[in-house]
Design a protein around this ligand. Structure first.
Ligand SMILES: Cc1cc2nc3c(=O)[nH]c(=O)nc-3n(C[C@H](O)[C@H](O)[C@H](O)COP(=O)(O)O)c2cc1C
Length: 400
């Protein structure tokens, strides 16, 4: 056994002791510890084909018919009462769009630049563990689909394929999300691999220092049989305790110094924390509650975005995720201060329904709705989208 792997195993074994405080709770990747490399016995969908999407919400029940029940539960569910998950979507409906007419515009350009990467739409693939739950092509499929759509791809560290394979599969810009291993040597090795593979920024997920009460997974006794690509031979140990449990600002400095790449913090939910990230030199933040999968009863991400954007004052790139299911949602998020939105579950449903073609279809569908929204709202470029184009939904007056 080489030194790195030996250290890694001993660190994860020690960290497992910490995680035992919440035996039934799971973090991303902890829910599905690998049991064996192969055969897995997990019958993920296999078809690669174009899919027609009328309404993004409709692809969830369609994907449910194809994804094994345990895997579907893992993807679709959230923590506790799942209030935050529902609120993520519901809160978008409390923001209305204020259109501007007679502009003379005849098209809408959705291209933009995110931390130096030119992309064709302000819609990115959010970091997610274990795409093999949704389709046999796993991250190779989702990365190819994003590249084909001209969208930025975020590779999760708990992927079923290796980060190098994923980088090869994606023709477009890509960032790497990390759950920081406790051991600095192992962490540095992963970060350096990501940089060498061509990832242009590192996203540190900060909201997963312990697992959460995902009751669907607990009821399903869910354990993924799929191995993790980035940690061959140690997937089980890593999955038992993937993250450094006592993250602090020194870890952010460590990532910055080790890679020299822009660092984004994922899981920011308050203006104070966003300002601290800026002051620590972070290039960006991802306003996120992990799709409601970690701490239930935190606010919808769109609800906290305006105050965060006001506090950041353009000093960092702002990504937002959680409940984005419509082009109008993308428009509202940009109007309230985000530079781009990240999409979670619908990407995996598209992957299940059509492999890389399904992922491409999901991104193109949202982009198409964004184009329609921009045209109808009277906006020609992403830079033009501002608060002028949104207002709070008004309570109906009793006098009417
Ligand atoms: C199946 C699944 C796995 C996820 N794994 C990760 C992960 O490994 N790291 C991470 O930072 N976020 C992870 N997330 C959270 C997403 O990045 C994102 O915050 C969330 O899904 C956005 O909400 P949405 O699904 O409503 O679009 C995961 C989400 C899902 C659905």
């Amino acid at each position: 056994m080489d030194r790195t792997r030996r250290e890694f195993l001993s660190v994860t074994a020690a960290a497992m002791t910490l995680s035992s405080a919440l035996p039934a709770a799971r973090a991303e990747g902890e829910a599905p510890p690998a049991q064996a490399a192969a055969p897995t016995g997990y019958a993920a969908p296999t078809e690669i084909k174009p899919i027609d999407i009328i309404n993004l919400r409709e692809i969830e029940p369609a994907a449910q018919k194809l994804i094994p029940a345990g895997g579907f539960g893992y993807i679709s569910s959230a923590a506790g009462d799942e209030w935050t998950k529902r609120e993520n979507e519901a809160a978008f409906k409390r923001v209305t769009i204020v259109p501007r007419y007679l502009t003379g515009y005849k098209d809408a350009d959705r291209s933009t630049t995110l931390l130096g990467s030119k992309v064709s739409m302000p819609i990115i693939v959010s970091a997610m563990a274990q795409h093999g739950m949704a389709h046999v092509s796993a991250e190779l499929g989702s990365a190819k689909g994003a590249g084909e759509a001209g969208a930025l791809y975020t590779a999760g560290s708990l992927s079923n394929n290796t980060m190098e394979e994923i980088a090869q599969a994606s023709g477009g810009a890509k960032w790497f999300q990390i759950y920081l291993p406790a051991d600095r040597g192992v962490a540095a090795e992963i970060l350096n691999r990501a940089k060498a593979a061509g990832y242009r920024a590192i996203i540190l997920t900060i909201d997963t220092v312990v697992g959460s009460n995902r009751e669907t997974d607990i009821r399903n006794h869910f354990r993924s049989p799929l191995p993790l690509g980035n940690f061959p031979g140690v997937s089980s140990a890593y999955a038992a305790s993937p993250v450094k449990r006592d993250l602090d600002w020194k870890d952010v400095d460590f990532i910055q110094k080790t890679t020299g790449l822009p660092v984004l913090l994922k899981g920011v939910l308050s203006p104070e924390f966003a300002v601290a990230a800026v002051e620590h030199g972070c290039a960006g933040i991802q306003v996120s509650n992990h799709g409601g999968r970690q701490l239930d009863d935190v606010a919808a991400s769109i609800a906290v975005l305006p105050r965060i954007a006001d506090a950041v004052r353009g000093r960092a790139t702002i990504i937002i995720d959680g409940g984005i299911r419509r082009g109008q949602d993308v428009f509202k998020a940009l109007a309230l201060g985000a530079n781009a939105v990240a999409i979670g579950r619908p990407i995996l449903y598209g992957l299940a329904l059509g492999g890389w073609m399904g992922v491409k279809a999901v991104l193109q569908h949202l982009d198409g709705e964004l184009e329609m929204t921009m045209r109808l709202a009277g906006v020609r470029t992403i830079a033009e989208i501002s608060r002028r184009f949104v207002a709070p939904a008004v309570e109906t007056s009793a006098a009417v």
